[in-house]
Write a protein that binds this ligand. Structure first.
Ligand SMILES: CC(C)(COP(=O)(O)OP(=O)(O)OC[C@H]1O[C@@H](n2cnc3c(N)ncnc32)[C@H](O)[C@@H]1OP(=O)(O)O)[C@@H](O)C(=O)NCCC(=O)NCCS
Length: 342
């Protein structure tokens, strides 16, 4: 099929929402997402964003979409232009005809031509075979598996970490938080340096405030940890449609059970988790959780097992799932350093 790709326009917003609903994430966990805010607003949480849509040759309708965020990115200790690709969706009636490949190819070429990107990457949840294969076919052949750790901080035992104090952040803390995040992630592949203003913008786009970020402070008042809770429920209505890994009957029962229950996972971002091997991470997450007591007790942290904070996180009560980061670059990316995903 010959696919035409063009920039997404504000007038496309209703068509993008319809496409999103028609194309739930493929994989073993089926989740319906009904955004409460439009795609452009949501995409603006990332810097340098552009949206692309694919139209079929036989009609004006939109059959696919993809967003790209281009910004300075850490790669092997250097700062280079990088593109994060997200929100890839193709209408079920138009799949396996090269629509996604055309969108990815277009986004890569544009980012190369306009910003000279050296690396582009995307994420696919473990089990989303279609997405993973699509990116691999498009040249995203450097791959690393991160963990999404869902923790229930209230259920995690542990002695309090000595000498640390916890408090919500204020607007004036954001510049020093940005500096601490940049220092902490200097050795992480795909980290994109932030500023206090960028953190403030991101929180506002997601309907959050600086107070939704908890800080852990050492005895001298210095910042040793931080974690923000992004409540997806504020920008989208999520429903679990079923677990495809279960046999048909069990899946059907589960889908009925969850039909009326909205999911409210809290994504932890930004995250600056103390690598203390003790309980400071648990306490930070507990303090964060206490700020949203009416939500489900699960906080989701995405982290590379090479990150020094992973051992403390893995020890907390919870479950883990895999998420693949797939990257395209002419350079061979060093796998000995942790990769970052937010
Ligand atoms: C993933 C998705 C975007 C793929 O779109 P698409 O237009 O069908 O992809 P393409 O036709 O460009 O496929 C390119 C290649 O990827 C692989 N591929 C795509 N879908 C596949 C599937 N369901 N199973 C196995 N391989 C698949 C194939 O190798 C394919 O090439 P081929 O058809 O010549 O064999 C689409 O399935 C989708 O919208 N899924 C739901 C939303 C989603 O999960 N998005 C990804 C979020 S990260």
């Amino acid at each position: 099929m010959i696919v035409a790709v063009r920039d997404a326009l504000f007038g496309d917003i209703p068509a993008l929402a319809a496409l999103e609903q028609a194309s739930p994430e493929t994989g073993p966990v089926a989740i319906e997402v009904r955004p409460r805010v439009d795609h452009f607003r949501l995409a603006a949480r990332y810097p340098g964003v552009r949206g692309y849509v694919a139209t079929a040759p036989d009609g004006p309708g939109i059959v696919g979409m993809l967003f790209a965020s281009v910004a300075p990115t850490r790669l092997d200790g250097e700062l280079v232009p990088g593109a994060y690709l997200f929100d890839l969706r193709v209408h079920p009636r138009h799949r396996r005809r090269g629509v996604a490949s055309a969108l990815i190819g277009h986004a890569w070429e544009r980012a190369r031509a306009e910003a000279g990107v050296v690396v582009a990457w995307a994420a696919a949840l473990a089990g989303n075979v279609a997405s993973r294969r699509t990116f691999r076919r498009a040249g995203f052949d450097q791959e690393r598996q991160l963990r999404v750790r869902m923790v229930a901080p209230g259920l995690s035992a542990g002695r309090p970490a000595v000498g640390l104090a916890y408090r919500p952040a204020a607007a004036k803390d954001l510049p020093s938080l940005a500096e601490a995040l940049n220092t902490h992630h200097a050795g992480h592949q795909l980290w994109r340096p932030v500023t206090g203003a960028r953190l403030a913008d991101e929180l506002a786009v997601l309907h959050h405030a600086p107070e939704d970020v908890m800080l852990a402070l050492g005895p001298d008042g210095g910042l040793v940890g931080a974690a923000g809770a992004f409540d997806i429920g504020r920008v989208a209505h999520l429903r679990l449609l079923g677990l495809r890994a279960l046999p048909g009957g069990a899946n059907w029962l589960l889908a009925r059970l969850f039909r009326r229950v909205p999911l409210r996972p809290l994504l932890v971002r930004p995250a600056l988790l103390p690598a203390d091997g003790a309980t400071a991470t648990a306490e930070l997450l507990r303090a964060l959780h206490r700020r949203s007591p009416r939500t489900t007790p699960a906080l989701a942290v995405t982290i590379d097992p090479l990150d020094p904070a992973w051992p403390s996180l893995a020890r907390l009560f919870g479950v883990s799932a895999g998420i693949h980061l797939l990257a395209r670059s002419d350079r061979q990316i060093d796998m000995g350093q942790p990769w970052h995903f937010s």
